[in-house]
Write a protein that binds this ligand. Structure first.
Ligand code: UDX
Length: 461
């Protein structure tokens, strides 16, 4: 009998929940018990549907903020409150599971929760970090904070014009995760990423699970990172979309933060194969008014039908912009939905292109569905992903933004033509098919990701 009991903790963001829930399912199917816990930020609770339930997988949550403590005055205060309250409540959770005769034998934590490893170590529980971003981005942070690769060469503490890292093509500062650029408004988040890397170095056998697969980032994974044990176990995507089998328990991630519409399926069914442009910017990015207008116009001028996800707005200004855009689109050429089951859409035969912000989940989902991309990165790791999509994996084209960061209508049209117009690049479709096949092979029984997951689990016994 297998007595492994994993506690997986994830921050409550769609891009965090999806791969972590998927990992929970895979561990349960490999014979382990899993408790899945959301790190809930009490001030920012949105409705959440319970993650998929199955035998061996239980769901709970723990708070990382004190609701009665008032709004923190700065970003730094907020991060330190999350650490203080989160550490305390995570400790209580692990202790209470033990008292209920369900001792946690291993903790898996994700980005923004680096202190979780300290709590686990204190309680004698081993832990692993699950990187929900690419191996490339993990490596960039690793080298950046270790500064062992000449990342900072100039006295001004600015990144050099070309950055060479083992296993990666030469990068420019524009290809780095935007948080590393001091001009980025999210720059204050950097110490949290640094803490992740430093926390791993405190471990005797630091263990990192990567949501990628060996073939995709082979050179990088082979190049290794100090003493870390790296396990590429992805793509962490519902198996129904990887093996096309009927899998009632695994045909969605199981947890949407937004209300999903379904009326797009009939619309997609009515379109010719590979003709539809799917447009989505993930769960966080908000586009400026002029970007929405340019995108709308570029899509219309492409002459192809498009399905565009515009999430419900949080502000009246944004609502006005959304209403204006919706007024310019007729339901036959373009359909707007507030949220969809993206993996299902990407695997629909009518989809020919994904206009994406290049969040890591979206990137992997497109690759796995064999859908080429127009990359419009907004922030964070998305810039690095866009570079890889175009220059390394050859599955898309990166749209060039103007000085204001806006991708104009002509540029959008140019990119769409390259991906799916009459003069499209044949090589891009071939690459997309190649990665689709390799991703599926990785998660099959005895595929590299399946093997790596079993190796990881066996190493813990
Ligand atoms: C965030 C960061 O922004 C991203 O850069 C990082 O790589 C992961 O965390 P997010 O912006 O939400 O994520 O993007 P992404 O990683 O692509 O995750 C979005 C998820 O939402 C995907 O799994 C996608 O399938 C899902 N989605 C999106 C839907 O199910 N329906 C939609 O309509 C849109």
């Amino acid at each position: 009998m297998n007595h492994q009991h994993f506690l997986i903790i994830s921050f409550r963001g769609q891009g965090h929940l999806n791969p972590t829930i998927q990992l929970a399912k895979r561990l349960v199917w490999a014979g382990a018990q899993v408790t899945y816990a959301n790190a809930v930020d009490g001030r920012n609770v949105r409705t959440i549907k319970t993650p998929i339930s199955m035998e061996g997988l239980s769901h709970t949550s723990f708070s990382v903020t004190d609701d009665d403590a008032g709004e923190p005055s700065s970003y730094e205060d907020r991060i330190s409150e999350i650490k203080r309250v989160g550490s305390r409540n995570l400790r209580e959770l692990i202790v209470s599971l033990s008292e209920k005769d369900r001792p946690v034998t291993f903790l898996i934590y994700t980005v923004l929760l680096p202190w979780a490893a300290d709590v686990a170590r204190d309680l004698g529980v081993p832990s692993a970090f699950l990187s929900i971003q690419s191996a490339a981005v993990f490596a960039i942070y690793h080298h950046y904070f270790n500064s062992r690769s000449g990342f900072y060469q100039s006295s001004k503490n600015e990144p050099p014009t070309t950055i060479s890292l083992p296993g990666l093509p030469p990068l420019t500062p524009e290809d780095l995760p935007s948080f590393l650029l001091p001009t980025d408004p999210n720059f204050p988040i950097v110490p949290t990423f640094q803490e992740h890397i430093l926390t791993l170095e405190k471990e005797t056998n630091p263990c990192v699970l990567l949501n990628t697969f060996d073939a995709l980032e082979e050179d990088l994974i082979k190049a290794g990172m100090e003493n870390m044990k790296l396990f590429a176990i992805g793509p962490l995507i519902p198996l129904a979309y990887l093996d096309n089998k009927d899998r009632p328990l695994d045909n969605s991630f199981g947890c949407d933060l937004f209300d999903c519409s379904t009326d797009y399926l009939q619309w997609l069914d009515s379109k010719p194969a590979s003709s539809v442009i799917y447009v989505s910017f993930g769960s966080l990015a908000v586009l400026k008014k002029n970007q929405m207008e340019e995108l709308c116009q570029g899509l219309r001028e492409s002459g192809q039908p498009f399905l565009w996800v515009i999430r419900p707005s949080n502000t009246s200004e944004q609502e006005e912009i959304d209403t204006m855009i919706k007024g310019r689109i007729d339901g036959d050429s373009g359909l707007i939905v507030p949220w969809c089951l993206q993996v299902e859409v990407l695997n629909h035969k009518s989809i020919g292109c994904h206009v994406t912000h290049c969040g890591w989940n979206s990137t992997l989902e497109s690759l796995t569905a064999g859908v080429p991309m127009v990359a419009c990165p907004q922030f964070s790791d998305q810039l690095t992903n866009a570079k890889l999509i175009q220059d390394v994996w050859g599955v898309g084209v990166k749209a060039r933004a103007d000085g204001e960061g806006v991708v104009g209508r002509e540029e959008m049209k140019r990119c769409l033509d390259l991906v799916m117009g009459p003069t499209h690049e044949e090589g891009m479709r071939e690459s997309a098919s190649k990665w689709k096949a390799l991703a599926r092979r990785a998660v099959k029984e005895s595929g590299s990701s399946d093997d790596n997951l079993r190796l990881f689990m066996a190493g813990l016994k």
